[in-house]
Design a binder for this molecule. Sequence first.
Ligand SMILES: [Zn+2]
Ligand SMILES: [Zn+2]
Length: 151
Amino acid sequence: MNTVRSGGCFCGSVKYAVSGEPVLSAYCHCTLCQRLNASPFMQTIHFESSAFSWDDKPTCASSLESFEVTTKPWKQRWRCKNCGTNVASHNSKTNRWSIWGATLDRDDDGKILDWDALKPTSHMFYGTRMLDVQDDLPKWDGYENKSKRLD
Ligand SMILES: [Zn+2]
Ligand SMILES: [Zn+2]
């Protein structure tokens, strides 16, 4: 049986579920993640399309809005209209969804549930980093295993 994990936006209107294990979990230092989230880097977690679903409550559907960035029109990005949180995106070239790790459900202490199964295994697009990270994870210039390894 597949493990189902869930997450959503800050205000709770938008919720999603993902089943099974991710195909990739990494810290992304690309300039799009930086600028779209006003953050030095993000955790992105990729799932096959069939593993992802939105909550079926009407509040979820009515709170979702999508947008595209002109340089990457194959990626449809979804956010909550009420609180503005970027939650997930769908890549029509790879037919995969990515969720941002920080939106996963948390326990009462604020820790992400099942973190060990979902935590990043590398840094991607490390060439455009805004800070150096001192850890043992591999660091890639672009996508994991598809670009030059920097460290
Ligand atoms: Zn929201
Ligand atoms: Zn990125």
